[in-house]
Design a protein around this ligand. Structure first.
Ligand SMILES: Cc1ncc(COP(=O)(O)O)c(C=O)c1O
Length: 511
């Protein structure tokens, strides 16, 4: 029987939207806890200064009539609207809540593919935009490689350098995630070729490099993993193996692909099985490297995501990453860690790899999304030698660096690390409990911080759940073939987790 889904976030029950509802399940959703004595009540506002709505409010199905109308107008112009879900009223969106063009208000646990760090219209972010001292930064976009502003070195230091991964103090900003990965790899090729040659380019190098010929354009390869995603430029696509739609019809580079571990969860209950699985994949990494060497196309870089995200939230253990780092050192290749989706505290540490205790930092750490500006940190030895070798018109976006500084300050001020850890614990436990109650639908609940996911029976069911949750007022995402993925902002609190879990449970009940 259709009942109502209620929002509990203001400590009062408020009718939000008609949905099949199991009253017992609501109380169960509120009992997710690691340690009952320390647990804040799910209704408690642990960031009281964050002004936001007290719950979802749905007035139409999504997309509503206004969004559908806007879709037609956009299609008239771009002819590329098939992925557009609905249009956003950014002025009305607040905190963890996104408001659409039809006035529907949804709890956003996806945040524009994990890219809005501290919620919509955060006052600290708005203050940067409103500050007259920043006017010239917003008004004048420089060619950073030629003429950065006199304030730029300090801006980089205050923002990016202040959160640099341990041992990596050099940073290069870029335009997007793909562009960052692409340029980190370019620095690798230059470094590798300089080592190989033992000096500056030869005359033959110079003469062949504009003709797509060796030795000026060496035959190197980069090793990536099955299921990975690193972006959509041609080199990045050659390293991305998560979705046919990304790659079909595009000529890519024939580079080696190793299997990525398919682990069993929870990780601590399957240590032996998971170690065997990781060793199987590492053995294949070795074989691929040997094969490339014989082909005369050596592996000069190994690239891996800290958690495979687009490919379906696949985790590996610190052991696996340490071994990859060892292998890359052994063969004289670079070790590139893609933290585009995991960086900026999403996993409960500022960088996911901080939790692994690597003996030394990765050679490159790529970032974007929640960091607002894209780019990569790198070790000194990879510094490009010579002018104009890592360059494009904008090479970054200074206003985004200013916004990032405000975000970092807010993370520190509000101790958002604790919030992410606490909410992540609630979320994962909730998913585990729901998976125990709906084993015919959910499996493999997993996560670090709020970077969580759970698998569904098949793609159809996954998409159905995402759509039903959206119509019920909660926006989540999907990844891989059949995972529900959760990518909330860093201000997502246990009270928001409770709303999400209620909504998920009501959706599962109604399937
Ligand atoms: C791990 C990872 N790397 C790279 C990218 C590419 O980033 P962008 O879309 O900004 O090019 C993404 C995007 O989702 C990503 O998740």
């Amino acid at each position: 029987m259709a009942r109502y889904l209620y929002s509990l976030s203001a400590g009062i029950f408020r009718r939000v939207r008609e949905l099949p509802f199991n009253p017992e399940s609501t109380t169960r959703c509120l009992s997710f806890t690691a340690d009952k004595s320390k647990e804040p009540r799910a209704t408690e506002n642990i960031l009281p200064h964050i002004v936001e709505y007290d719950g979802p409010l749905m007035t139409t199905a999504v997309p509503g009539p206004k969004s559908r109308e806007l879709l037609k107008s956009l299609d008239d112009v771009t002819k590329n609207v098939e992925t557009v879900q609905y249009f956003v009223d950014f002025e009305q969106s607040l905190g963890n809540y996104i408001v659409d063009a039809d006035g529907n208000r949804l709890l956003d646990a996806f945040m524009h593919i994990s890219s809005i760090p501290i919620g919509y219209n955060h006052p600290a972010v708005l203050d940067v935009v409103k500050n007259p001292a920043n006017l010239s930064v917003f008004a004048n976009r420089p060619a950073l490689g030629f003429k950065p502003s006199k304030e730029y070195p300090a801006q980089l230091t205050n923002a990016l350098v202040s959160v640099a991964p341990r041992g990596l103090k050099n940073v290069q900003t870029m335009m997007c995630g793909a562009c960052s990965v692409e340029h980190a790899l370019k620095q690798t090729y230059m470094w590798y070729r300089a080592k190989e040659r033992g000096g500056p380019p030869t005359q033959e190098d110079l003469e062949t490099c504009l003709l797509n010929k060796q030795p000026g354009n060496p035959k190197y390869s980069v090793l990536s993993f099955d299921g990975s995603f690193h972006g959509r430029t041609v080199a990045c696509l050659s390293l991305s193996h998560s979705k046919i739609a990304h790659r079909i019809d595009i000529p890519t580079l024939d580079w080696p692909i190793a299997p990525f571990p398919r682990l069993q969860y929870p990780l601590d209950q399957f240590e032996q099985e998971n170690r065997a699985e990781e060793d199987r994949c590492l053995a294949e990494v070795y074989s691929q490297i040997e094969r490339q060497k014989k082909k005369g196309e050596p592996v000069v870089s190994i690239i891996v995501e800290a958690i495979q995200a687009e490919g379906g939230d696949n985790h590996a253990t610190p052991y696996f990453f340490k071994q990859l780092q060892n292998i890359s050192k052994e063969i004289g290749a670079s070790f590139v860690l893609d933290e585009v989706q995991t960086g900026c505290l999403a996993t409960g540490t500022f960088w996911a790899h901080e939790a692994w205790n690597l003996p030394e930092p990765p050679d490159f750490v790529c970032f974007s999304k929640k960091m607002l500006t894209a780019g990569y940190y790198f070790k000194e030895e990879f510094r490009p030698v010579g002018a104009n070798r890592v360059f494009n018109t904008w090479m970054g976006d200074p206003p985004k660096v200013l916004l990032l500084e405000a975000v970092i300050n807010q993370i520190r001020k509000d101790n958002l690390q604790d919030v992410v850890k606490m909410s992540g614990q609630y979320l994962l436990r909730g998913l585990e409990e729901l998976q125990a109650r709906y084993p015919h639908i959910l499996s493999r609940a997993r996560g670090v911080g709020t970077f969580c996911a759970v698998d569904c029976t098949d793609t159809d069911t996954t998409l159905k759940i995402v759509a039903a949750m959206r119509n019920g007022g909660v926006q989540i995402g999907n990844s891989g073939a059949r995972s529900l993925r959760f990518r909330p902002a860093l201000i997502f609190q246990p009270k928001h987790v409770a709303i999400l879990l209620e909504n998920l449970e009501a959706t599962l009940e109604a399937l």
